[in-house]
Design a binder for this molecule. Structure first.
Ligand code: CP3
Length: 346
């Protein structure tokens, strides 16, 4: 018998490539506006960024969905755009619209000198959570993948097609590379510090993978994520890493081999059987219920959940959405989702 005890945390067992009869479940953006208790704490904090940088309030909103639903994992409450801010770029959120940054075209005005000091409250939140979470709940830290983060830094906001970043990369690849390199280095520091503070899993969000193909996808999506994971391993960070290249137009087996992730997040459009055939039996897959089906609820939800459970039976799978939960989601539909996965409470 192995002396190594199996983890009491279901998510960590699955991340070591075991299958579980009842899969672990968490939801991307599980702390957020669909919960009245989140809206109340955000109101108290004053604004979204104030909430991110207040460790007791960030801890509170991270715990809210765990109290309500007992998810198997908890994701640190923060944002992928805190890194550009820590590097010196101006960041604010326009109410009802989303993030705004002063646009940049190269890394000249950015510096890593104060980044970890700026981000210290985030590590404090992680440390608090690793003490306050229930023993069976896994704590996930995260960062945005460099291409996705850079697309906001160059445009100064979210864009439907990432045109400003695509244009800069085509016009002045060296300048764009300087931004990507800065993000790779800063993300390694940031994620290593989260792991030191108690994060047990790390996820990289590549929300805008779909805008790149071929050599551009290799250069701006694959290479930077591979460099971050390699850099973390070189620093002795051994926690499992989930890569989420949303709607990437690539062979997922090649992607996983290139970036060396431990699990792959699937977006709503992914065909689970086809991806499984590409990545092999041992790769852990996460996803991919359509967030709009969770809004709809009812019979559509039941059917969609049972279909995913049937397809992923006896495979290492983490139940999740294919993208973040949306503010219109009725909280009781999440209760129903948990019931469909775990069975009705006794
Ligand atoms: O619960 C969690 O998942 C943890 C916290 C988390 C947030 N953002 C909180 C948040 C995480 C993991 C993110 C990731 C993130 N942030 C991504 C990648 C995932 C994705 O959705 O594609 C991106 C692209 C961002 C950047 C960002 N942050 C945008 C574009 C917006 C505005 C859109 C929106 O949903 O309001 C945000 C704001 C944001 N980040 C909110 C939350 C809870 C809403 C802020 C509020 O009004 O309270």
């Amino acid at each position: 018998m192995s002396s190594k005890q199996p983890s009491q945390k279901k998510l960590l067992r699955v991340l070591s490539s075991q299958s579980e009869p009842i899969p672990p479940i968490w939801l991307m953006r599980q702390a957020g506006r669909y919960l009245p208790e989140y809206r109340a704490t955000r109101e108290q904090a004053g604004g979204f960024l104030d909430l991110c940088y207040n460790p007791t309030q960030a801890e509170e909103v991270t715990l809210q969905p765990i109290r309500r639903y007992a998810f198997d994992a908890s994701i640190l409450f923060a944002d992928i755009l805190l890194i550009p801010q820590a590097l010196g770029q101006k960041l604010w959120f326009e109410t009802g619209e989303g993030p705004r940054l002063t646009p940049i075209e190269n890394a000249d005005t950015l510096s890593r000198d104060n980044a970890l000091t700026h981000l210290a409250p985030i590590f404090d939140t992680v440390a608090r959570l690793s003490k306050s979470l229930p023993a069976e709940t896994t704590l996930i830290g995260f960062a945005g993948a460099p291409w996705t983060v850079a697309s906001y830094m160059v445009a100064g906001r979210g864009t439907p097609d990432q045109a400003p970043a695509l244009d800069l990369a085509a016009r002045d690849a060296a300048a764009f590379q300087s931004i990507i390199d800065m993000l790779v280095a800063a993300s390694i520091d940031y994620l290593a510090a989260q792991a030191d503070a108690g994060a047990e899993v790390l996820q990289l969000f590549e929300s805008w993978a779909a805008s790149l193909e071929g050599d551009d996808f290799e250069r701006w999506c694959v290479a930077p994520v591979a460099a971050i994971i390699k850099g973390l391993r070189a620093r002795g960070v051994n926690v499992p890493i989930i890569a989420f290249p949303r709607a990437a137009k690539t062979h997922m087996g090649d992607y996983c081999a290139a970036v060396q992730c431990d699990a792959l997040g699937l977006d709503t459009s992914a065909n689970i059987d086809a991806v499984r055939a590409q990545v092999g039996d041992d790769m852990v897959l996460q996803g991919n219920l359509d967030p709009q089906v969770l809004v709809a609820g009812g019979a559509r939800l039941d059917v969609a959940v049972r279909e995913i459970l049937a397809k992923t039976k006896n495979t290492p799978h983490i139940f999740n959405l294919g993208h973040g939960i949306v503010p219109q989601t009725p909280p009781e539909n999440v209760t129903r989702l948990i019931e469909l996965i775990r069975g009705a409470p006794a």
